[in-house]
Design a protein around this ligand. Structure first.
Ligand SMILES: Nc1ncnc2c1ncn2[C@@H]1O[C@H](COP(=O)(O)OP(=O)(O)OP(=O)(O)O)[C@@H](O)[C@H]1O
Ligand SMILES: [Mg+2]
Length: 399
């Protein structure tokens, strides 16, 4: 019988095509962003006055899924900090994902805690907390640039107050405005919910990232290949096939995920080369319409509600499920996972959030009153696939 130590060692020594698979994860920010020099330059031009005149700036970065908005701004933020410091200016760059930090409060807490993890903030309103930040910056003659990533989701759910607070608090403090903002959204449409003045400041400073072409994706993949794989395990045609598939969406995240999954498929077979057939296998199990991070970052009960929708649809084989039935399935799912089912109003909120994230589609059923009965569908991916993905995520959670 194999001892656990043997199994451990066997797995550790198992041959793999990867040198470092973490270099393919969406969180990893590469040193070089291929084909984004011009956009980096544009950002730099917008921020020149911040470094030169110590003024503040507001920029909007737009583009569809996986075009490098997050990677570009993170890389820019790192350079901005360095450039400021070499000019004797204290400037902090903070990147906040507003899909994860989903309330005004938690975004502001993120800012405070960056400066001091023990900053007492409980029970205080957002305006007061922001005032504290401004006072802190003033007292140190320091500056802050905050990127609000995936801000469109946030504004859809919480309205425009966060941006108002961030812009106004600094302006009303009397001193120089020390807080600059970079907003990231899929497109400009969310600006409509802001007032005309705020809208126009962003409107004048928009950097829009185009989808990548097949040849650009090929270059992106090639540059990542060296970091992530052992030399010579991924052939030219494998890369070409991935780039061609992903170019339909122009999405670098999808391309990198295909590459990663293809590598996993090769490892599973114990072979030393990642072939086009591995890519085709990978393609069958990834859907670019749904981001892995979006699923992963859902709260547990949001996952359970989504699991209930997916199950209900998979079992019934129908196009739509009624909210009442989904809620019943949700209760069963909760029992299965030994979780206490949340109350109806809460369930309702989870469902709305899943709708806002585009994971489910919600429309009135025509039955019932006052919107109490809705029809839920999943349009982008097979319900069974979604069911499996969420089950994997829930089971893998740290308890
Ligand atoms: N030009 C590039 N060069 C190298 N890697 C890139 C480039 N653009 C994107 N990537 C990589 O592709 C993945 C997706 O990029 P990123 O997360 O920045 O996209 P995004 O526009 O923020 O997408 P979303 O709207 O879904 O948040 C990341 O792993 C990123 O490192
Ligand atoms: Mg992003």
């Amino acid at each position: 019988m194999l001892m656990y130590r043997d199994i451990f060692e066997e797995e550790m020594n198992r041959d793999t095509v990867f040198r470092d698979a973490s270099k393919l994860m969406p969180e990893y920010v590469p040193q070089v962003l291929v084909h984004r020099d011009e956009e980096f330059r544009q950002l730099t031009r917008f921020f020149k006055p911040v470094l030169e005149n110590r003024s503040s700036q507001r920029v909007l970065v737009t583009g569809s899924v996986g075009v490098g908005k997050t990677a570009l701004t993170r890389r820019f933020g790192a350079e901005l900090e360095k450039a400021a410091s070499s000019r004797g200016m204290i400037l902090t760059y903070l990147h906040i994902n507003c899909r994860k930090d989903r309330t005004i409060y938690s975004v502001i807490a993120k800012i405070l805690q960056h400066f001091n993890p023990r900053w007492p903030y409980h029970g205080l309103g957002p305006e007061k907390l922001l005032n504290d930040v401004v006072t802190y910056l003033n007292s140190r003659d320091a500056y802050l640039t905050v990127t609000l990533d995936e801000l469109d989701f946030f504004v859809q759910q919480n309205g425009p107050n966060l941006i108002y607070s961030l812009t106004r608090t600094a302006e009303e403090s009397g001193g120089p405005n020390r807080i600059s903002l970079i907003a990231i959204a899929r497109d400009k449409s969310f600006l409509r919910s802001l007032d005309a003045a705020t809208q126009s400041t962003f409107m004048h400073n928009v950097i829009s990232l185009d989808r990548y072409s097949a040849s650009q994706l090929r270059d992106i993949l090639a540059s990542r290949l060296v970091e992530a794989f052992k030399p010579g395990v991924v052939g030219e045609d494998t890369i070409e096939l991935i780039a061609d598939i992903a170019s339909r969406w122009g999405d670098a995240r999808f391309a990198l995920e295909l590459l990663w999954r293809a590598g996993m498929a090769a490892d599973a077979e114990g072979v030393k080369e990642v072939t086009p057939e591995h890519v085709r296998k990978a393609k069958a199990e990834v859907y670019p319409e749904i981001k892995r991070e979006t699923l992963r970052d859902l709260q547990l009960h949001e996952k359970l509600v989504l699991l209930a929708v997916a199950r209900k649809l998979a079992i019934s084989k129908r196009a739509y499920a009624f909210t009442g039935d989904v809620e019943k399935t949700y209760r069963v799912v909760c029992e299965e996972y030994h979780e206490k089912a949340r109350k109806h109003t809460q369930f309702w909120e989870y469902l709305q959030r899943l709708g806002a994230l585009g994971l489910v589609d919600i429309k009135p059923s025509g039955l019932g009153q006052r919107g109490q009965s809705l029809k839920i569908s999943i349009q982008e991916v097979p319900a069974e696939w979604l069911e499996k993905e969420i089950e994997k995520l829930i089971k893998g959670r740290a308890t």
